[in-house]
Design a protein. Structure first.
Lengths: 379, 379
């Protein structure tokens, strides 16, 4: 039985090359990403018909760049997260002429991986905020003792933040071991939150192998936490998806560390792949900060994370990486209200005035969101 | 207590930029890869002294390229594989101006990770070959049923190969589930091996999450297998290193899928990092095959994998990716006898004459190695 063409994963690559050889190169990619051997050596009819990748299209984008689309059999992925990535880019990543830009997945793939379990709505419900962008900051620098981090968290929470995350560099180092750090910070946030009346959430960063990650989620859950952060490119795709499957009560933030080491389009990687694997919120480096992603790439990433897509919940865009208070109006203009505004170092510069500066941030967002709502009603 | 400068990990980046701003950019990398926040906002003296990354050197390589070296505190890695990678490249990977080229690790790091448990010597001992390059081929294409793959393996083994690996695309798909495939192939190789008298080894490819990987290693061990292949960039660094630690009897082959070619230097990634984490053999795409790694990069990779390095065992270089029989003399010239020659599709093209063609390959390698030894004695 031949799978219908629409049952295939259709992957889009950008390939630099020459018009005279692009068809052969496209065929080469389709073979590399499926059977990875000379097709003349294949004796099995079913493999030729149902497994070998098919070139679906080649489009000249000008200036030596081509868009190549390839259809890959879902069967080859075994519907497992690591093997999915292996099939859509894998060996072809080694060739600098080719970048992975997109993949369209059949509904079978969406259903198998399931996407965000909580998504934007679940993240809003946790903090009781429906009508404005969410706010977030980060505990830094690593190297502080547990008490120092807990003190920072308390001040952020007294300033009324929605979410407070660990810096992704904070792992399980000797100066702030996870098992001591997370209960202490969670307690500090609980106490400050009781004072403000706002249910500020703390998001610990998870590192280590699967055993350690499970143990760390258990510690977080015991502290009443219901959101965690993971680094998909370091933990590994299979590990990330396993944790999402096993912990339906937890909301997952994806962190962008090591996402640049491969040539994968940022909108696809964060907005599509991490969302497919269950990220409820995707943290990425916004334009105009410490990292040079173009504005249009960031907007497309946001659209990908939130678009209607095969019944998957939308993931919350979290633009970050050197954002400051003065960027808030423009970020809300860009992303609308379904965004989580993450300002880390920009708040920490306030030092002893941290809680006050956090309150300024929080009030700023609420006021701007109010203006937007009023404007929308007026229009 | 201040750590001595020599106790730091010294990371080398290639940075494209301008002479006028390179010092500031170097400082920016050192901060991003450590505290990741404005240093003016750091109030803790110990963090400033012992945790903040230090620029060690900036060297103009010409044509807008600079070599930047940065010293990072070992403490920040927590001596955990994922966090190690997070610290040496992590967020900086997102900036396309910067490529990770190298890192020099203090002995403390080498001792903590341990490198290959078997290395070249252990891979030689498994097949009783001390004096010539080892040989290897790959079972392909995925999509074949278990019987088809076992038949291929038997014919490779009758041709006298040293090692036979799964194609990295062969995971746990419905058409050849791991738990059926591995025992069947192992049995086929055992039987053929009993006929030839040569202890040919089968290397199954491991995929899935840590639970599944452990289960698959157990299945392999039950079949008497003592070597496996893992995909570090897909399984994740913590997962790879956990398996290496837990299975001291197993030799590990690393597969290059998703390693990219652009932003992490291939000699460092395969020859240093994968070796540090315990790869006994590193498979990479050789120059002049299906992938465009330059020859000098491949040679440097081989040197890195095998050089004397803080007491770690050498890892076996496995150049691959479209190699053919006619490349064998040149590959031996390049790499010497401590190499495993992996020819996949080039042998499979022989189709029904597969065992004979494999024998030609095997004899060819033995004869050439004999000539080299004779020449060395004569010199």
């Amino acid at each position: 039985m031949t799978a219908s063409p629409s049952d295939r994963i259709v992957v889009t690559y950008h390939v630099t090359g020459e018009a005279s050889s692009i068809d052969a190169r496209a065929k080469g990619i389709a073979v590399e990403q499926s059977v990875e051997m000379p097709v003349e050596a294949i004796t099995d009819e079913r493999v030729m018909r149902e497994i070998v990748g098919e070139v679906r299209g080649v489009r000249d984008l000008g200036e030596g760049l081509f868009e190549v689309t390839v259809g890959l059999a879902v069967e080859t992925t075994g519907l497992e997260a690591g093997q999915l990535v292996n099939m859509i880019y894998g060996n072809t990543s080694i060739n600098p002429d080719t970048a992975l830009m997109d993949a369209a997945f059949p509904q079978e793939v969406l259903d198998a991986f399931g996407g965000p379990r909580h998504g934007i709505e679940g993240l809003r419900a946790r903090v009781g905020v429906t009508d404005r962008p969410l706010t977030c900051s980060a505990l830094k620098p690593q190297g502080l003792p547990v008490t120092g981090l807990a003190d920072l968290a308390a001040r952020f929470a007294r300033g009324g933040l929605d979410y407070i995350k660990d810096d992704h560099g904070i792992a399980n180092q000797g100066y702030s071991p996870y098992a001591e750090r997370v209960p202490a910070i969670a307690a500090a946030v609980r106490q400050a939150s009781a004072e403000t009346g706002h249910p500020t959430r703390y998001i610990p960063s998870l590192t280590g192998n699967l055993d350690e990650l499970r143990d760390r989620i258990r510690i977080a859950r015991n502290e009443g936490l219901d959101a965690v952060m993971i680094q998909p490119m370091i933990a590994g795709f299979p590990t990330m998806h396993t944790l999402v499957r096993e912990n339906p009560d937890m909301a997952f933030f994806s962190h962008p560390t090591m996402t640049g080491a491969q040539r994968v389009g940022a909108p696809f990687l964060h907005g599509t792949l991490f969302r497919l694997l269950g990220a409820d919120a995707v943290i990425y480096t916004n334009h105009g900060g410490r990292f040079p992603l173009p504005k249009e790439t960031c907007l497309e990433l946001g659209r990908r994370a939130t678009r209607a897509w095969g019944g998957l919940k939308p993931a919350m865009p979290v633009p970050a990486g050197g954002m400051t208070l003065d960027r808030v109006p423009e970020m809300i203009d860009c992303y609308g209200k379904d965004v989580m505004l993450l300002i880390g170092g920009g708040l920490l510069l306030a030092r002893e005035r941290l809680a006050d500066e956090t309150r300024v941030f929080q009030d700023h967002v609420a006021r701007l969101a109010g203006e937007i709502s009023a404007r929308n009603v007026a229009e």
